[in-house]
Each structure stands twice: as C-alpha cells, then as structure tokens.
Design a protein around this ligand. Structure first.
Ligand code: 5GP
Length: 225
C-alpha cells in the first residue's frame, strides 16, 4: 500500500437522487485504499434504511459535537443537520466524502487540494424516480428537485470533474478513473469541468481542521424556495 503523509480527500457531491450513495458504496468496495467517511445526521432513519447509513443523533448531540470541534464540515439541509466528523482514516487510505453542495463548498475552502466530483442524474425524470423509490414524501421530493437545480449550477462552478450517472457500473468506473488519475497525477483530474471556476491548486497544502462552524448553513438553497 502506498502510505502517504496526508490522505487525499475525494468528495462525491450533487443533487439528491443522483445516486451518490450507491456509487460511493461501489467505489469503496472496489478500492481498498479508499475509506468512506460516515456522516452524522439529525434526520430520522427512513424505513428500511441501514442503521449504519449515518450516525443518527438528536440536535442536542449534534450541536455538542459542533461545539467540541468534532466536525470537518457540517450543513443544514431541508431542516436536518448533516456533518462529516474530522476524518481519521486508517494509515495509507484516502478519504471519500459523500455530501451535499454546501459541504463541498466548505471542503473546497478548507482543503483546496481535495478532488471535488459532481455526480448528476441523467434527467429530472430519473432523479425523481430515484427519490420516489426511497420513500420520501411528495413535498420533500418537490423541494429536493428544486434544490437540485441550484445544486447543479453552483456545483459546476466548484467541481474538478462532472460525472453523469446513467447507470451504476458506468458512473462508478468513471469516478474510479478520476480517483486513479488524481492519485497518479499528484492532484489533477484532467481538464477542469466545463464552467468550473476552480483554480488548480499549485501545491498540496498541509491538512487543516476547521476551527469555526460553517458561515451560513441554510435549510434550503437560495433557488430552492
Ligand atoms: P439524505 O437525507 O438524503 O440522506 O441526505 C441529504 C443530503 O445530505 C444529501 O445530498 C447527502 O449527500 C448530504 N449529506 C450526507 N452527509 C452529509 C455530510 O456529512 N455533510 C453534508 N454537508 N452533507 C451531507
């Protein structure tokens, strides 16, 4: 195993219903050097959802963890809090985060050397179908579809790469290719994503741990009203 002093942080982000969770699970199943961070959330567990999908906590416990500096990033999304604990991967393994746009924006600021991969659904219809299959109620699905449009536009502005999830094997293979190129090219993932405003980092900075909470967590995205 290639033991590096600082793990690479890969971020898979994008609108709900893009298939991030499934692609992330497939990636780590096929890449022993990739370690998937488990997020905390105040959202109640969905019927049938794995009990290790998140660390499910109440708001008081989440806020205590914020105060203790336990989160690398956190955000409020549609009324629930979600946060990535300060990463502590086993030696030599890179970190994979599966998070929302606000989280990706924070990671971009905290670790400019992180690789941000935007995963998009192939169509609104496919996205809606995936959201519905999870058992979310209609109101929540409508909010997520509206939020998703802003997430795609703002996501393209910070992404290093954009992958459209037509099917799981294709999307997983594309993301795995990006991960491989990023590792072997010392921090580049090819051409910047179309429309990306993200400047290439010149040198990998030392890992940093946030000392302050996110600037403006919201319970929805600006255009999601
Ligand atoms: P869901 O409730 O559908 O599981 O997740 C809602 C959104 O929160 C998804 O876009 C998911 O990727 C995102 N999310 C999950 N964990 C985290 C996290 O630790 N931080 C942030 N910022 N977003 C997260």
């Amino acid at each position: 195993m290639d033991v590096r002093s600082a793990p690479v942080i890969f971020v898979l982000f994008g609108p709900g219903g893009a298939g991030k969770g499934t692609v992330a699970d497939h990636l780590v199943a096929n890449d022993p050097d990739l370690w998937l961070s488990r997020s905390w959330t105040t959202r109640p567990r969905r019927p049938g959802e794995r009990d290790d999908a998140y660390v499910f906590v109440d708001r008081a416990a989440f806020e205590e963890h914020i105060a203790a500096g336990g989160f690398f990033e956190w955000a409020e999304f549609l009324g629930n809090l979600y946060g990535t604990p300060v990463p502590d991967p086993p030696p030599g393994r890179d970190v994979l985060l599966e998070i929302d746009l606000q989280g990706a924006q924070q990671v971009r600021r905290l670790r400019p050397d992180a690789a941000l991969i935007l995963l998009l659904p192939p169509s609104t219809e496919a996205q809606e179908e995936r959201l519905r299959a999870r058992g979310d109620d209609e109101g929540h699905i409508a909010k997520r579809l509206r939020a998703g449009r802003a997430e795609e536009r703002e996501g393209r502005a910070i992404a290093d790469a954009v992958v459209v999830n037509r099917d799981i094997p294709q999307a997983t293979a594309e993301v795995a290719g990006i991960v491989g190129r990023y590792r072997s090219d010392a921090g580049t993932v090819g051409e910047p994503a179309e429309g990306s405003e993200n400047p290439r980092p010149q040198a990998p900075p030392t890992p940093r741990v946030p000392t302050a909470p996110p600037t403006s967590p919201t319970d929805d995205h600006p255009e999601g009203q």
